[in-house]
Design a protein. Structure first.
Length: 485
């Protein structure tokens, strides 16, 4: 096992445990831990890059009690290939930015919610979640992914409920139940693979018979839909906006919700021929989700809930890209995977802006915010960069991923209809988010425009977010060009 990768898997959990018991200094240790994890991830990808597209597959440990062939092979390890590298860099880089931002946000000076206690608990769960997402990204098979998958579910529940208010606890419990129902489907699919395929490889579904293959795929797809808040499992994500805003930026824009679509991308990329029926189910689910989310844009006065519905729609984009991959569209699949990264950094930046507004003005209500650009010019600039990046304005982040998806859509039967739906979403989203940005940041300052200055950690995080909106495609495009469906 490569010592860099092994250290990468261990460091976030070690940092979490130490933060959990420290009487002081948890913030500094959390930032240092996240920075080290990001550096290790960068080194791991850099060392594996010359071996792409195959990458490096490291194995260790076996379960001798497993029946037959499974008892004789190593079941655990780490896979560093272009797909895992893209996911790994997303969760570690954005994770570092969120940890840094949190050190300024979770303070008594927060006008929306003054945080005076709970630092140890917060950073324990945040770093534990970071380690779990690293594990999901590097998992070489479905069994190991399931272990880390369920760990992210527990962390999400704890972090959403962090403030211990009644609303937050209900939101955390709802997220736990819905995502765990999906996890139960994942577990049943693993049982099918154990009994009938004697393998947990991502391509193992291809070894099953017709009915079992369909059942296993639908169970895994249900798990992905629940984790990624796709219809009909989407309701937990808007309610989860009761979490501290850094958690919304990380778990609910850049990391945990991406685990579901990452699983689907792994299944599509695996070396087995996926029936076109599976692609049709993916495609239908994605389109229904995108349309549902767009309709809900206009009903939101809470800025974070608006961003949550936008996240749901963009996760539908990734699912749609995976569906195009099932139909043989290389560009469409690559665009869906690239959207993982590009949307993650753009939406994360928007969430950090929402948190900055709440920190300074004490509210996230769009109707109560006006003229904030005069008081918070950096936030206004970051918000507009995030809006342009997330709606696909060139040369910013999601322009490139949407371009790939649009090209892929034109290459399949009925692609014109798909392109029309995606174009409508893009135009509506751009128009509405520009309207929201105009309402919040321009005009005469409202009463809530009397704000407190942002801590330096939050300001630095916003600047990094803007840079990532520009730089993400520079790294992402070369990676996805090595990923084939």
């Amino acid at each position: 096992m490569d010592p860099v990768v092994m250290t990468l898997l261990v460091v976030p959990f070690a940092g979490a445990l130490i933060c959990g018991v420290l009487s002081r200094g948890a913030k500094a240790l959390a930032v240092l831990t996240a920075l080290v994890v990001t550096a290790l991830a960068t080194v791991a990808v850099w060392r594996a890059w010359p071996l792409f597209p195959d990458g490096v597959n490291m194995s260790f440990g076996r379960l001798a009690w497993m029946p037959g062939y499974l008892g004789s092979i190593q079941l655990f390890g780490a896979l560093v290939d272009p797909l895992s590298s893209l996911m790994l860099l997303l969760v570690t880089v954005v994770g570092f930015v969120v940890v840094l931002y949190s050190t300024g946000y979770l303070t008594p000076g927060n006008a929306e919610h003054a945080y005076r206690e709970g630092d140890n608990r917060y950073y324990f769960w945040l770093l534990f979640f970071l380690g779990s997402m690293v594990g999901v990204a590097l998992s070489p098979n479905l069994l190991q992914m399931f272990f880390f998958w369920e760990m992210t579910t527990i962390c999400s529940w704890a972090l959403i409920s962090h403030t211990h208010t009644g609303v937050a606890q209900r939101a955390g419990f709802k997220a736990l139940v819905i995502t765990h129902i999906g996890g139960l489907g994942f577990l049943i699919a693993l049982a099918f693979l154990l009994v009938f395929a004697q393998s947990f490889d991502f391509a193992a579904i291809g070894k099953l018979g017709g009915g079992l293959k369909t059942a296993a795929f639908l169970l895994l797809l249900g798990a992905a839909w629940a984790k990624s808040a796709q219809v009909p499992f989407h309701t937990w994500l808007p309610d989860a906006m009761e979490a501290p805003t850094p958690i919304s930026a990380y778990l609910h824009a850049a990391a945990m919700v991406k685990a579901g679509v990452f699983l689907v991308a792994r299944l599509v990329q695996a070396s087995w021929e996926m029936p076109s029926l599976f692609g049709a189910v993916l495609l239908a689910g994605a389109l229904i989700t995108i349309l549902m989310a767009v309709v809900n844009y206009f009903r939101q006065d809470d800025l974070k809930r608006l961003l949550a519905y936008s996240t749901i729609a963009h996760l539908g984009y990734v699912m749609l890209g995976c569906a195009l991959g099932v139909y043989g569209s290389e560009k469409g699949f690559q665009g869906g995977v690239l959207h993982l990264l590009c949307h993650g950094v753009a939406k994360g930046t928007l969430f950090l802006c929402a948190g900055a507004l709440a920190y300074g003005a004490g509210t996230r209500r769009i109707s109560k915010l006006q003229g904030m650009g005069r008081r918070m010019p950096l936030v206004g600039a970051a918000f507009m960069v995030g809006v342009l990046a997330v709606t696909g304005i060139p040369p910013l982040a999601t322009f490139w991923s949407k371009l790939y998806i649009f090209i892929g859509a034109l290459g399949v039967r009925g692609g014109g209809v798909l392109l029309a739906v995606l174009a409508v979403e893009s135009v509506v989203a751009f128009s509405w988010f520009i309207y929201v940005g105009h309402r919040i940041f321009l005009g005469e300052p409202a009463e809530e425009a009397e704000t407190t200055p942002l801590p330096a950690a939050m300001s630095v995080s916003l600047v990094i977010g803007m840079l990532l909106c520009v730089l993400a495609p520079v790294l992402g495009v070369p990676l996805v060009r090595m990923i084939l469906p």
